[in-house]
Design a protein around this ligand. Structure first.
Ligand code: HEM
Length: 283
């Protein structure tokens, strides 16, 4: 546990609830499993695929693992929607107030101002924008999951239960679903393992890794610098103290880092595999 020189344990800002952290861990594990098993099926003719398929117990078994991971991902998506529903009831009272609040996940005028402000800052022509609870790139990454669930989840379910879906739809829809699922998988893995990794971990302020979504906590100094508007609002309303918690012991932080490094390594390896397969081995 971190301690200050004068004695009491250091306090950190609690950014994510225990449920949020658990959902993100399951999301990481299920997405990595889906990407690894999915690419094993898609690029079955590459050497990496035969090595990985042996690890999964064969190609058929890779398909079963894919379905189990899909079940986990769909479940956490539903749990998250229920959590958002309960948050609205508990803290805002109506959808309108929730979506209009400064902590909203919906894009608004401020995001547009922050985007242009950030571009100016990149060019040394202005100060860094004063961000609130969610930056525009965090909102973008969040909605990538909604878009992904709609496209990859619905087509994946068609591949999983073709007999059921062809009771309602013509048979050729399954062929189209295979193409969409397969190509959207490339887009999703490519996006998460490059843009999302860069936004979250690889940009200079966070390099080499930001573990806040797993630990839930961030040092107060970092919170003030990263999200000044949210910090000022909590100070103004006298509620900052309510959001401060003790930091985790070093052993927990080490375990979180080991998990993070494993996920980063697998993700970046999948990108290298996709590029290799597309350029040198595509059939
Ligand atoms: C979350 C819901 C998902 C469901 C229900 C689902 C379901 C399926 C099913 C049933 C198959 C056929 C497997 C087989 O032939 O044994 C499949 C294939 C595949 N899935 Fe998914 N999947 C989901 C998400 C994902 C994700 C997130 C990725 C990658 C990031 C992915 C990548 C792939 C790939 C690359 C294939 C092989 C397609 C091909 O043969 O070209 N899937 N999926």
């Amino acid at each position: 546990m971190g301690t200050t020189e004068t004695g009491p344990p250091e306090k950190e800002f609690l950014r994510f609830t225990r449920l949020n952290r658990t959902l993100h861990i399951v999301l990481v594990v299920s997405f990595l499993s889906l990407a690894l098993t999915g690419m094993t099926l898609k690029f079955a003719y590459t050497g990496w695929a035969s090595t990985l398929s042996r690890l999964f117990g064969g190609f058929e078994s890779a398909g079963h693992i894919h379905r189990m991971a899909a079940f986990a991902m769909i479940t956490i998506f539903i749990v998250h929607l229920v959590d958002v529903w309960r948050l609205r009831k508990r803290e805002y009272g109506s959808w309108f107030r929730m979506l209009k609040s400064p902590d909203t996940m919906i894009f608004n005028r401020k995001d547009l101002q922050d985007l242009t402000g950030n571009l100016k800052w990149f060019l040394g022509r202005g100060p860094r924008p004063q961000y609130g609870r969610w930056t525009y790139w965090e909102k973008f990454d969040y909605f990538a999951v909604f878009w992904g669930m709609a496209v990859i989840g619905s087509t994946g379910l068609m591949l999983w239960f073709p007999e059921f879906f062809t009771l309602l739809l013509p048979g050729w829809v399954i062929n189209v679903a295979t193409i969409i699922h397969s190509d959207e998988a490339l887009l999703a893995a490519g996006f998460i393992f490059t843009v999302h990794f860069f936004n979250t971990h690889l940009r200079p302020e966070k390099f080499p890794m930001d573990i806040v979504v797993f630990s839930g906590r961030m040092p107060l100094e970092e919170f003030k610098r990263d999200k000044p508007l949210e910090y000022e609002e909590l100070v103004r309303t006298g509620t900052l103290e309510k959001h401060l918690v003790e930091s985790y012991p070093p052993v927990v932080i080490r375990a979180i880092r080991a998990f993070g490094w494993t996920a980063l390594t697998i993700g970046l390896s999948v990108v290298v595999w996709i590029i290799y397969a597309m350029i040198f081995a595509y059939r």
